[in-house]
Design a protein around this ligand. Structure first.
Ligand code: FAD
Ligand code: EPU
Length: 338
């Protein structure tokens, strides 16, 4: 495997931030990853793993080895009349994998259509959309332990999944390199259309016979309408998480803001719509030089071209301040900042 020096990372992150990596390699196998680990250890350098770069903010040049995850391959491990187990390596593109599953009549990932990035990054924040999260379909995760060089397998219950997080983003942050993911999918279609806008979209499409392929199409339509395509307008999707508050806090806020949006969360708490709050505080569509808040969705910060991470983070700070002032609610940033 080639290890290059001084590599531009701008084409490798969907925010198009102009950081550089001191060293760079493209890992196509577990052996390549072991070689990368040996190099970083010998040179005493930190490692940055990059999949599609669609959930990172590169705030500076990276002083170590950037490893681009490029392990490819999909295999069907098991199939019965009811379910199938599919294993995909970490560098597979997520949406292409979803389409592969649908084409092979393995159902259950259709609500996660069109999420950018790689299969290997999907467990990091337990990707979720339109009423389904990765944890609902994941069987196990294979990973390389950076501390021991051993490969290990995590069963679903060992991944510590909850909304937009897992042990890989929390307790074990930076310890494991995910090399492959196995999904347990249905052979019998069981479309999930409970998320309000999905039902509306299917109706607008004139669909009465709801199939997984049609749900996937509806979700692609919704996403294309609402979210900017990073190839056209640089962004990392939602910049903030939807915050969780107690039912008392929700009740108090709701009596002040009748149209406040909240969804049932764990432990009788309520997950507030951060997009609605940011929209309500007047940020939607605002532009500050090369950065702004997307006109179609207030949760998405965009780089119109030439922005620095500092400009993005300053705008994010101002937004957090306004939301705190208006609602007394703290917003947490979703992408990982390096
Ligand atoms: P990267 O950005 O490359 O990496 C993210 C983090 O994971 C980094 O910390 C990186 O070091 C680490 N990492 C990457 N690969 C590995 C690996 N193999 N092993 C260990 N660590 C690894 N997310 C949602 O959940 N739901 C959405 O609906 C959604 N919509 C989006 C829409 C848009 C337009 C965009 C730009 C982003 C959206 N996202 C969404 C966020 C993003 O697509 C996901 O978080 C995705 O899983 C990131 O994949 P990636 O390969 O780009 O990860
Ligand atoms: N809303 C507004 N104004 C806005 C944006 C949204 O009022 O500018 C309102 C909408 O009208 C809607 C509600 O907020 O009633 C929720 O909006 P949406 O359906 O777009 O979902 P979200 O909560 O804003 C979350 C995820 C998305 C995911 C969608 C669909 C988070 C942080 N974001 O957004 O994930 O695609 O649901 O399930 O949970 C991502 O993580 O990067 C991401 C895009």
């Amino acid at each position: 495997m080639k290890i290059l020096e001084d590599q531009a990372l701008q084409p490798l992150n969907t925010f198009a931030l102009p950081a550089r990596g001191r060293y760079f390699c493209r890992a196509e196998s577990v052996d390549d990853l072991r070689e990368a680990l040996a190099f970083s250890e010998a040179e005493n350098l930190p490692i940055l793993l990059l999949g599609g770069g669609s959930n990172v903010v590169l705030s500076r040049d990276f002083p170590g080895l950037v490893v681009h995850m490029a392990l490819k391959g999909i295999e069907r491990l098991e199939e019965t009349a009811d379910h199938c187990l599919l294993r995909a390596k970490a560098g597979e593109e997520w949406h292409a994998f979803v389409e592969h599953c649908l084409q092979g009549a393995c159902f259950g990932l259709e609500n996660l259509s069109l999420i950018p990035g790689t299969v290997g990054a999907a467990p990091i924040q337990n990707i979720g959309a339109y009423g389904v999260e990765l944890r609902d379909r994941l069987e196990s995760v294979e990973a390389l332990d950076r501390a021991t060089g051993e490969t290990v397998r995590f069963a679903n219950r060992e991944c510590g999944f909850s909304y937009r997080t897992s042990v890989f983003k929390g307790r074990f942050r930076d310890r494991y390199i995910i090399t492959a993911v196995t999904l347990r999918l249905d052979k019998r279609p069981a479309p999930v259309t409970t998320y309000g806008s999905v039902e509306r979209e299917l109706r607008a499409m004139g669909e009465t016979d709801i199939t997984p392929v049609r749900v996937s199409r509806a979700i692609c339509n919704l996403r294309r309408r609402k979210l900017p395509d990073p190839a056209v307008l640089a962004n990392v999707g939602s910049f903030f998480k939807n915050p969780l508050v107690s039912s008392e806090v929700f009740g108090r806020l709701k009596s002040r803001y009748e149209d406040l949006i909240g969804y049932p969360g764990p432990d009788h708490r309520v997950r507030l719509s951060a997009g609605w709050m940011i929209d309500r505080t007047g940020w939607k569509g605002c532009r500050r030089g090369p950065v702004g808040v997307h006109a179609g969705h207030a949760l998405v910060l965009v780089n119109y071209g030439g922005a620095s991470a500092g400009e993005i983070l300053r705008l994010a700070r101002e937004i957090r301040d306004s939301v705190r002032e208006a609602f007394d609610v703290e917003l947490e940033i979703e992408p990982r900042i390096y």
